[in-house]
Design a protein around this ligand. Structure first.
Ligand SMILES: [Fe+2]
Length: 171
């Protein structure tokens, strides 16, 4: 849910950091959901601007993806090729595990066939799952330091942690 990890986890060359204009990366926080999006480095890898509201338009630019997170455990990732849905399900009796469900629907089969090459679909998912595994291992070790969220790069994780905290302490 943050821009911060993109340059480290999905790094260039050949990673997501190469496919988007990182400086354009935005996080929007809404009631119950958040949206992250960025302009594509190659305008041919973005949405037709006519499909999107005015705030996603800039001369010569196209939006690479719209990554929606719906609290508490659903992501709707819209790409020019279609929709990728991720669901993170709790497993009863196993509080340290999640079931990751992954679905996709195409609305442009030609672009769908290019989704690994152009939108790095499986590569980004694999990098994220590996990272989550390492973070979990680090957290269990008890050695991982705690720190503050970056006020500019980690508004998404801060928003999420705040929502979880609010839900856990609700009466
Ligand atoms: Fe990621």
């Amino acid at each position: 849910m943050d821009k911060f990890h993109v340059q480290f986890l999905h790094k260039a060359p050949g990673g997501l950091a190469d496919a988007i204009e990182l400086s354009s990366y935005k996080t929007e926080l809404h009631e119950g959901c958040s949206l992250q999006w960025a302009f594509a480095k190659d305008p041919d890898s973005g949405f037709d601007p006519d499909y999107l509201p005015a705030r996603f338009r800039a001369p010569g630019k196209t939006v690479f993806a719209l990554w929606w997170f719906v609290y508490p455990n659903l992501t709707l990732n819209f790409y020019p090729w279609g929709l990728s849905v991720n669901v993170y399900e709790p497993i009863p009796g196993k509080p340290d595990k999640s079931l990751f469900r992954w679905y996709s629907w195409s609305w442009d089969d030609k672009k769908m066939n290019e989704r690994e090459k152009r939108w790095l679909s499986e590569q980004v998912d694999t990098e994220d799952v590996e990272a989550m595994t390492l973070v979990r291992r680090g957290a269990r070790s008890g050695l991982a330091p705690r720190g503050r969220f970056s006020a500019t790069e980690e508004t998404g994780p801060h928003w999420f942690h705040h929502a979880v905290s609010k839900a856990l302490t609700a009466k």
